[in-house]
Every structure is written in C-alpha cells, then in structure tokens.
Design a protein around this ligand. Sequence first.
Ligand code: F6R
Length: 365
Amino acid sequence: EKGGFEHFMLKEIFEQPTVLQDVMRGRVRIEEGQVHLGGIEDYLDRLKLSSRVIICACGTSWHAGLIGEYLIEEFARIPVEVDYASEFRYRNPVITKDDVVIVISQSGETADTLAALRLAREKGALVMGICNVVGSTIARETLCGIYTHAGPEVGVASTKAFTAQVTVLYLLALTLSKGRTMSRDEIKLYLKDLGKVPQKVASILEHNDLILDIANSYKDARNFLYLGRGYNFPVALEGALKLKEISYIHAEGYPAAEMKHGPIALIDEDMPVIFIATRDNSYAKVLSNIEEVRSRKGKVIAIANEGDEEITRLADHVIYIPAASGPVTPLLSVIPLQLLAYHIATLRGCNVDRPRNLAKSVTVE
Ligand code: F6R
C-alpha cells in the first residue's frame, strides 16, 4: 500500500506530479484558455461580484490560504483576508452578505474550520469549501466548493493535499478573473505555466539524494530559520511547520525582510537558514539577506532557480528548481522543503507518518 516507499509521507510527496495532473483533469483546457469548476458553477456570478474574500483554515491549509490571497488579489483584484479559523470565530468578525468565505480543509472535519463556516453562514456570507475528503462534514455544509482530488492522504504531515489546494486556488483565481480582470489570452498564458508544473515537480524529485545529503549535515541542528518573500513567504512558513511536526526540531518561518526586525539576533554558526531565493522581483533583496546571515556565520541552504550561478558563491548548499512564473513558484519551492523535513526526521529516527502528539484530523477545539 506504500507503493514500494518506506513511508506514506514519502509516497505522497512522490505522488505530487500525478496528483497535480488529477487536480486539473477535466477542469482545464489550456489551448482554449478555459477553466471549468463544476462545484461553483451555480454561484459564479455571485462570486465574481463579491466585495471581499475571507479565507479561513488551520495549519498547512492556512498556508495554502495565504498563497490563495496573493493569487486572488493578483489575478482577480478582489481584496482577500486570511484568518486562522480559531481566531476568526472568536473575535466577532465583520461579515456581510457581500462577502465570500472560503474554508480550506484537507480532512473536511477540522472543528475550528467547521465552526468558522457555520458562523459565516449564519451571517449570510456565501460559503465555499476547498476539501480533499469527499462527503466530509465541511464539504456537505458549504453551499458550493471545489474538491482537491489529491486522493487519500495517510501521512499526518500534509504534502500532496497542500499542493493540490494551491492548484485549486490558482484555478479559482483565474475563474474569478475571467471577463473581469483578464482576457482569455492572459488566462491561457497562466494555464500554460500551470500545465508545466507536474513535469517540473517530477524533475525536482530527482534531487532527492542531494537533499538526503544535506539532511545528513544538519540533522543535529536545534533550530532552523526559513525565509522567503512574496509567493515564497507562505512556503517558508510551510517548510518550517513540516520540519517541526515530524523532526521535533524548532523551526520558524518569516518573510525574509522581517529578519532584521528580530530573528537576525538568533544567527550564529549553529543556525541553519533556508532561503527561498528564486529569481523574482525580490531576488536582489533576498541575496543581501543571505550576505547578512553569512557575515554572522550562519549556514545557508538556498532554494534557487536552475542556471543561477551567483548563488553558489553565497550559499553553503543550493537545491535547484526549474524557473517558473511567480504565481506557480510555491508549487515548486515547497517540494525540496517537504523532502528535507522528511529526511531529517527519518535520520533522527522519528516516526514520520505518525508524529507524536498529532492527529490527522483535529476534531476537537
Ligand atoms: C500539517 C497538518 C496540519 C493540518 C491542520 C488542518 O502538516 O497536517 O497543520 O493542515 O490540522 O487540517 P485540515 O486541512 O484537515 O483542516
């Protein structure tokens, strides 16, 4: 059942090229610039007229929500807020009938997310779900929704469900843009970028041995810092969460530019820092953050784009990923971080599929 892999988590990481194709199957016609999401069809007009989108989720699904914020704002120009479901429901949020509340949940059973959706419904918002488990409580109680179709996720640490959620959010953002902020030709270009992702993910998985070597060098570290900007900021949070969940090493993710507002004080020769330094509009700034870490003797592991020679001068280790446009980058940059967390945890003898104190679905508050 683990398909020849030692753990479900590793199997699920390696399934991602297929899963991402499954998410798009029957929904995307690249050449025509068409996206068809059957589960929200009846509500599309209302969705496009919404004055605001509020995304509620927990954990990894909340990280996907942050990427969703960047995608929906960039593509569809609708303002988006992202909230932890547990905070949203207890702070007497302002919700109106013109709002759309999107709840994201792999299991579809998370107690706080379910309660957030019930609250939003009571206040008259249009409530949409992005769930993986078909027929789950959240999927049933939302008015409309999109399934991620990632297949059963057994490993407690979410991997393929996360990339499937981000892919769904990308398709949703394009759907909301159609006829409003984007022409069919523009949508086609963005779909082309997305269409290349499964193959690119497969090529990153080929770096598995290199990532195992890097894991060997850092498995005894006590702390890790993960830094990224823009679309890679939520990926930094997700990389840190994966590591702490399964290896029990303390890790924090930050937007790279926030480093100098506090975390830089932590840097010394015992502190590995993972930089997601892809070539986008903040690349130069991230490079100067790398210099700052180096000058304080911190160890640097960089996720960079293929062909980037400059980075080898600055980083102790580089994991290359194929070049891609900003909006699809998180689907690529998260893959090495999943593998790094997996290998560090297994090298430390941890049970990666069933980490201590964690449950696959959190049905208590
Ligand atoms: C992280 C992880 C948790 C879940 C969170 C939400 O690897 O598994 O942080 O993402 O408990 O779960 P769902 O998505 O089922 O609502």
